[in-house]
Design a protein around this ligand. Structure first.
Ligand code: SF4
Ligand code: SF4
Length: 314
Protein backbone atom coordinates (compact mmCIF):
# COMPACT_ATOMS: atom_id res chain seq x y z
CA UNK A 1 0.00 0.00 0.00
CA UNK A 2 1.32 3.46 -0.90
CA UNK A 3 2.37 5.72 1.97
CA UNK A 4 -0.15 8.38 2.85
CA UNK A 5 1.11 11.99 2.68
CA UNK A 6 2.01 13.44 6.07
CA UNK A 7 -0.88 15.23 7.74
CA UNK A 8 -0.38 18.99 8.06
CA UNK A 9 0.68 20.14 11.50
CA UNK A 10 -0.15 23.54 13.01
CA UNK A 11 3.45 24.62 12.50
CA UNK A 12 3.50 23.61 8.84
CA UNK A 13 0.19 25.35 8.28
CA UNK A 14 1.51 28.50 10.00
CA UNK A 15 4.70 28.55 7.90
CA UNK A 16 2.78 28.34 4.64
CA UNK A 17 0.23 30.88 5.90
CA UNK A 18 3.07 33.32 6.57
CA UNK A 19 4.26 33.03 2.95
CA UNK A 20 0.72 33.49 1.70
CA UNK A 21 0.20 36.57 3.85
CA UNK A 22 3.38 38.16 2.47
CA UNK A 23 2.77 37.54 -1.20
CA UNK A 24 1.26 40.93 -2.04
CA UNK A 25 -1.69 41.55 -4.30
CA UNK A 26 -0.47 39.54 -7.28
CA UNK A 27 -0.20 42.53 -9.61
CA UNK A 28 3.02 43.70 -11.20
CA UNK A 29 3.31 47.33 -12.29
CA UNK A 30 5.15 46.61 -15.54
CA UNK A 31 5.18 43.89 -18.17
CA UNK A 32 8.19 41.79 -17.20
CA UNK A 33 10.98 40.77 -19.57
CA UNK A 34 10.92 37.44 -17.73
CA UNK A 35 7.51 36.62 -19.24
CA UNK A 36 7.70 38.26 -22.68
CA UNK A 37 8.62 34.89 -24.19
CA UNK A 38 5.19 33.50 -23.25
CA UNK A 39 3.57 31.99 -26.31
CA UNK A 40 0.15 33.60 -25.76
CA UNK A 41 0.08 37.38 -26.28
CA UNK A 42 -3.43 37.48 -24.83
CA UNK A 43 -2.15 36.06 -21.54
CA UNK A 44 0.47 38.84 -21.50
CA UNK A 45 -2.22 41.47 -22.08
CA UNK A 46 -4.27 40.01 -19.23
CA UNK A 47 -1.15 40.09 -17.03
CA UNK A 48 -0.49 43.73 -17.88
CA UNK A 49 -4.14 44.66 -17.36
CA UNK A 50 -4.27 42.87 -14.00
CA UNK A 51 -7.20 40.74 -15.08
CA UNK A 52 -6.45 37.89 -12.67
CA UNK A 53 -4.27 38.39 -9.60
CA UNK A 54 -1.48 35.81 -9.39
CA UNK A 55 -2.04 33.81 -6.20
CA UNK A 56 0.28 31.03 -5.12
CA UNK A 57 0.19 28.55 -2.27
CA UNK A 58 2.61 28.96 0.62
CA UNK A 59 4.50 25.91 -0.59
CA UNK A 60 4.98 27.44 -4.04
CA UNK A 61 6.01 30.80 -2.57
CA UNK A 62 8.66 28.96 -0.59
CA UNK A 63 9.82 27.25 -3.77
CA UNK A 64 10.24 30.65 -5.47
CA UNK A 65 12.28 31.74 -2.45
CA UNK A 66 14.54 28.73 -2.93
CA UNK A 67 15.38 30.10 -6.37
CA UNK A 68 16.25 33.50 -4.89
CA UNK A 69 18.38 31.98 -2.13
CA UNK A 70 20.32 30.00 -4.71
CA UNK A 71 21.47 33.21 -6.37
CA UNK A 72 23.90 34.10 -3.56
CA UNK A 73 25.53 30.71 -3.78
CA UNK A 74 25.89 30.93 -7.55
CA UNK A 75 27.54 34.34 -7.20
CA UNK A 76 29.98 32.82 -4.69
CA UNK A 77 30.62 29.91 -7.08
CA UNK A 78 31.41 32.27 -9.97
CA UNK A 79 33.66 34.45 -7.81
CA UNK A 80 35.54 31.29 -6.76
CA UNK A 81 36.57 30.89 -10.43
CA UNK A 82 38.12 34.36 -10.39
CA UNK A 83 35.23 36.17 -12.08
CA UNK A 84 34.17 39.67 -11.07
CA UNK A 85 30.45 39.60 -10.35
CA UNK A 86 28.35 42.71 -9.80
CA UNK A 87 24.92 42.00 -8.36
CA UNK A 88 24.02 45.67 -8.07
CA UNK A 89 24.62 48.71 -10.21
CA UNK A 90 27.43 50.72 -8.54
CA UNK A 91 25.74 53.95 -9.70
CA UNK A 92 22.47 53.24 -7.89
CA UNK A 93 23.29 50.59 -5.30
CA UNK A 94 20.32 48.63 -6.63
CA UNK A 95 19.85 45.72 -9.03
CA UNK A 96 20.64 46.52 -12.66
CA UNK A 97 17.31 47.42 -14.30
CA UNK A 98 16.30 47.75 -17.92
CA UNK A 99 13.22 49.55 -19.19
CA UNK A 100 11.45 50.32 -22.45
CA UNK A 101 8.09 51.57 -23.71
CA UNK A 102 7.86 54.49 -21.29
CA UNK A 103 8.70 52.28 -18.29
CA UNK A 104 5.88 49.80 -18.96
CA UNK A 105 8.27 47.03 -19.97
CA UNK A 106 11.40 45.96 -18.12
CA UNK A 107 13.15 43.74 -15.67
CA UNK A 108 15.99 43.35 -13.21
CA UNK A 109 19.19 41.47 -13.95
CA UNK A 110 20.57 38.85 -11.57
CA UNK A 111 23.93 40.52 -12.19
CA UNK A 112 26.73 41.11 -14.67
CA UNK A 113 30.14 39.42 -14.75
CA UNK A 114 33.62 39.95 -16.16
CA UNK A 115 36.53 37.56 -16.08
CA UNK A 116 34.56 34.40 -16.78
CA UNK A 117 36.94 31.68 -17.87
CA UNK A 118 35.19 31.18 -21.21
CA UNK A 119 35.77 34.83 -22.30
CA UNK A 120 37.59 36.82 -19.60
CA UNK A 121 37.49 40.20 -21.36
CA UNK A 122 33.76 40.21 -22.13
CA UNK A 123 31.00 41.47 -19.86
CA UNK A 124 28.13 39.00 -19.53
CA UNK A 125 24.55 39.41 -18.37
CA UNK A 126 23.99 36.80 -15.66
CA UNK A 127 20.82 34.78 -15.47
CA UNK A 128 20.31 32.18 -12.73
CA UNK A 129 17.48 29.64 -12.77
CA UNK A 130 16.60 26.62 -10.67
CA UNK A 131 14.96 23.59 -12.30
CA UNK A 132 13.18 20.40 -11.32
CA UNK A 133 14.95 17.18 -12.36
CA UNK A 134 12.61 16.80 -15.36
CA UNK A 135 13.10 20.36 -16.52
CA UNK A 136 16.86 20.12 -16.01
CA UNK A 137 17.08 16.92 -18.08
CA UNK A 138 15.15 18.62 -20.89
CA UNK A 139 17.38 21.71 -20.65
CA UNK A 140 20.63 19.76 -20.87
CA UNK A 141 19.29 17.72 -23.79
CA UNK A 142 17.88 20.62 -25.85
CA UNK A 143 19.67 23.70 -24.44
CA UNK A 144 18.02 26.85 -23.24
CA UNK A 145 16.68 28.39 -26.49
CA UNK A 146 14.63 25.29 -27.25
CA UNK A 147 13.91 24.01 -23.77
CA UNK A 148 13.18 27.32 -22.01
CA UNK A 149 12.33 29.96 -24.63
CA UNK A 150 11.08 32.36 -21.95
CA UNK A 151 14.52 32.37 -20.29
CA UNK A 152 16.24 32.84 -23.66
CA UNK A 153 13.90 35.74 -24.50
CA UNK A 154 14.57 37.38 -21.14
CA UNK A 155 18.34 37.27 -21.74
CA UNK A 156 18.00 38.66 -25.27
CA UNK A 157 16.03 41.61 -23.93
CA UNK A 158 18.54 42.23 -21.14
CA UNK A 159 21.50 42.10 -23.54
CA UNK A 160 19.80 44.40 -26.02
CA UNK A 161 18.83 47.02 -23.46
CA UNK A 162 22.18 47.00 -21.62
CA UNK A 163 24.31 46.80 -24.78
CA UNK A 164 26.10 43.73 -23.36
CA UNK A 165 26.74 41.19 -26.12
CA UNK A 166 26.82 37.93 -24.15
CA UNK A 167 24.74 36.28 -21.46
CA UNK A 168 25.82 33.58 -19.03
CA UNK A 169 22.99 31.22 -18.11
CA UNK A 170 23.54 29.16 -14.98
CA UNK A 171 20.92 26.51 -14.23
CA UNK A 172 20.72 24.40 -11.06
CA UNK A 173 18.95 21.08 -10.70
CA UNK A 174 17.05 21.28 -7.42
CA UNK A 175 17.16 17.51 -6.95
CA UNK A 176 20.89 16.89 -7.48
CA UNK A 177 22.50 20.37 -7.34
CA UNK A 178 24.08 19.65 -10.73
CA UNK A 179 24.85 22.81 -12.73
CA UNK A 180 24.35 23.55 -16.41
CA UNK A 181 26.04 26.60 -17.98
CA UNK A 182 25.50 28.17 -21.39
CA UNK A 183 26.86 31.30 -23.01
CA UNK A 184 24.30 33.06 -25.16
CA UNK A 185 25.12 35.46 -27.98
CA UNK A 186 23.07 38.63 -28.40
CA UNK A 187 20.75 38.56 -31.40
CA UNK A 188 19.49 42.05 -32.13
CA UNK A 189 16.73 40.87 -34.47
CA UNK A 190 15.25 38.54 -31.87
CA UNK A 191 15.46 41.27 -29.22
CA UNK A 192 13.78 43.82 -31.51
CA UNK A 193 10.97 41.38 -32.23
CA UNK A 194 10.48 40.83 -28.50
CA UNK A 195 10.40 44.59 -27.86
CA UNK A 196 7.85 45.01 -30.65
CA UNK A 197 5.78 42.24 -29.12
CA UNK A 198 5.92 44.00 -25.74
CA UNK A 199 4.79 47.26 -27.36
CA UNK A 200 1.89 45.55 -29.12
CA UNK A 201 0.72 44.05 -25.82
CA UNK A 202 1.16 47.23 -23.77
CA UNK A 203 -0.58 49.60 -26.16
CA UNK A 204 -3.31 47.23 -27.41
CA UNK A 205 -6.81 48.54 -26.73
CA UNK A 206 -8.23 45.04 -27.11
CA UNK A 207 -6.92 41.65 -25.98
CA UNK A 208 -4.88 39.90 -28.67
CA UNK A 209 -6.23 36.66 -30.18
CA UNK A 210 -6.26 33.51 -28.06
CA UNK A 211 -3.52 31.00 -28.68
CA UNK A 212 -6.33 28.43 -28.83
CA UNK A 213 -10.11 28.55 -28.82
CA UNK A 214 -10.10 25.18 -27.05
CA UNK A 215 -10.25 25.67 -23.26
CA UNK A 216 -8.63 22.25 -22.86
CA UNK A 217 -5.56 23.26 -24.91
CA UNK A 218 -2.53 22.45 -22.75
CA UNK A 219 -1.28 26.04 -22.44
CA UNK A 220 -4.78 27.22 -21.51
CA UNK A 221 -5.20 24.55 -18.85
CA UNK A 222 -2.22 25.95 -16.93
CA UNK A 223 -3.01 29.63 -17.57
CA UNK A 224 -3.92 31.90 -14.62
CA UNK A 225 -6.45 33.65 -16.85
CA UNK A 226 -8.36 30.56 -17.95
CA UNK A 227 -11.60 31.64 -16.26
CA UNK A 228 -11.52 35.19 -17.62
CA UNK A 229 -10.52 34.04 -21.09
CA UNK A 230 -12.65 30.97 -21.71
CA UNK A 231 -15.36 30.88 -19.06
CA UNK A 232 -16.66 34.45 -18.98
CA UNK A 233 -15.12 34.97 -15.54
CA UNK A 234 -14.90 38.50 -14.19
CA UNK A 235 -11.77 40.62 -14.34
CA UNK A 236 -10.46 42.25 -11.18
CA UNK A 237 -11.79 45.79 -10.64
CA UNK A 238 -8.73 48.03 -10.95
CA UNK A 239 -7.91 50.96 -13.23
CA UNK A 240 -6.12 48.52 -15.54
CA UNK A 241 -9.44 46.89 -16.48
CA UNK A 242 -11.24 50.25 -16.86
CA UNK A 243 -12.03 51.63 -20.31
CA UNK A 244 -10.91 55.09 -19.19
CA UNK A 245 -7.29 54.07 -18.47
CA UNK A 246 -4.44 54.28 -21.00
CA UNK A 247 -0.74 53.51 -20.58
CA UNK A 248 1.25 56.62 -21.50
CA UNK A 249 4.90 57.57 -21.22
CA UNK A 250 5.87 57.14 -17.57
CA UNK A 251 2.57 55.86 -16.20
CA UNK A 252 -1.18 55.52 -16.62
CA UNK A 253 -3.66 58.24 -17.54
CA UNK A 254 -7.36 58.34 -16.69
CA UNK A 255 -9.47 60.05 -19.35
CA UNK A 256 -12.50 60.22 -17.02
CA UNK A 257 -10.66 62.37 -14.47
CA UNK A 258 -8.01 63.66 -16.89
CA UNK A 259 -5.05 62.92 -14.65
CA UNK A 260 -2.22 60.48 -14.09
CA UNK A 261 -2.79 57.56 -11.75
CA UNK A 262 -0.35 56.44 -9.06
CA UNK A 263 0.11 52.65 -8.76
CA UNK A 264 -1.84 52.60 -5.48
CA UNK A 265 -4.74 54.43 -7.16
CA UNK A 266 -4.69 51.96 -10.05
CA UNK A 267 -5.08 49.13 -7.56
CA UNK A 268 -7.97 50.80 -5.75
CA UNK A 269 -9.88 52.03 -8.85
CA UNK A 270 -12.70 54.53 -8.30
CA UNK A 271 -16.44 54.15 -8.49
CA UNK A 272 -16.53 55.47 -12.05
CA UNK A 273 -14.88 52.23 -13.13
CA UNK A 274 -16.30 50.73 -16.32
CA UNK A 275 -14.96 47.47 -17.68
CA UNK A 276 -13.16 47.40 -21.03
CA UNK A 277 -15.95 45.79 -23.09
CA UNK A 278 -13.68 42.93 -24.21
CA UNK A 279 -13.55 41.85 -20.58
CA UNK A 280 -17.32 41.40 -20.37
CA UNK A 281 -18.77 38.22 -21.91
CA UNK A 282 -21.59 40.06 -23.70
CA UNK A 283 -22.40 42.36 -26.60
CA UNK A 284 -22.57 46.14 -26.09
CA UNK A 285 -26.12 47.30 -26.89
CA UNK A 286 -26.08 50.79 -25.36
CA UNK A 287 -23.62 53.17 -23.74
CA UNK A 288 -23.60 56.69 -22.36
CA UNK A 289 -21.97 58.82 -19.72
CA UNK A 290 -20.82 56.41 -17.04
CA UNK A 291 -22.71 53.32 -18.16
CA UNK A 292 -22.49 50.52 -20.70
CA UNK A 293 -25.32 48.04 -21.30
CA UNK A 294 -24.58 44.53 -22.52
CA UNK A 295 -26.64 41.64 -23.85
CA UNK A 296 -25.13 38.66 -22.11
CA UNK A 297 -24.75 35.19 -23.61
CA UNK A 298 -28.10 34.02 -22.16
CA UNK A 299 -29.87 37.06 -23.72
CA UNK A 300 -30.34 38.96 -20.47
CA UNK A 301 -29.22 42.61 -20.25
CA UNK A 302 -26.52 43.74 -17.81
CA UNK A 303 -25.73 47.35 -17.07
CA UNK A 304 -22.21 48.23 -16.03
CA UNK A 305 -23.39 51.30 -14.16
CA UNK A 306 -21.09 53.95 -12.70
CA UNK A 307 -23.95 56.43 -12.10
CA UNK A 308 -24.57 55.33 -8.53
CA UNK A 309 -24.94 58.02 -5.85
CA UNK A 310 -21.48 57.13 -4.54
CA UNK A 311 -20.06 57.46 -8.05
CA UNK A 312 -21.76 60.82 -8.53
CA UNK A 313 -19.80 62.21 -5.60
CA UNK A 314 -16.51 60.95 -7.05
S1 SF4 B 1 -6.47 30.74 -21.40
FE1 SF4 B 1 -5.26 30.20 -23.25
S2 SF4 B 1 -5.86 31.67 -24.84
FE2 SF4 B 1 -6.55 32.46 -22.86
S3 SF4 B 1 -4.94 33.82 -22.18
FE3 SF4 B 1 -4.51 31.84 -21.26
S4 SF4 B 1 -3.17 30.77 -22.70
FE4 SF4 B 1 -4.06 32.51 -23.80
S1 SF4 C 1 -12.44 56.17 -14.03
FE1 SF4 C 1 -11.71 55.54 -12.03
S2 SF4 C 1 -11.34 53.34 -12.26
FE2 SF4 C 1 -11.42 54.22 -14.33
S3 SF4 C 1 -9.30 54.69 -14.84
FE3 SF4 C 1 -10.21 56.53 -13.97
S4 SF4 C 1 -9.67 56.43 -11.78
FE4 SF4 C 1 -9.40 54.39 -12.63
Amino acid sequence: MADLPAAPTPTLTAIYADYEARQGDGFRDHLGASIIGKSCARALWYDFRWVTPARHSGRLQRLFETGQLEEDRLVRNLRSTGATVLEVDPDTGRQFRVEAHGGHFGGSLDGVALGLLEAPKTWHVLEFKTHSAKSFADLTAKRVALSKPQHAAQMQVYMHLTGITRAFYVAVCKNTDALHIERIEADGEIAERLLEKAGRVIFAQHPPARISEDPAWFECRFCDHHAACHEGGGAAVTCRSCLHATPVDGGWHCARHDRMLAPSEQRAACNRHLFIPDLVPGEVIDAGDDFVTYRMADGSPWVNDARTPEAASC
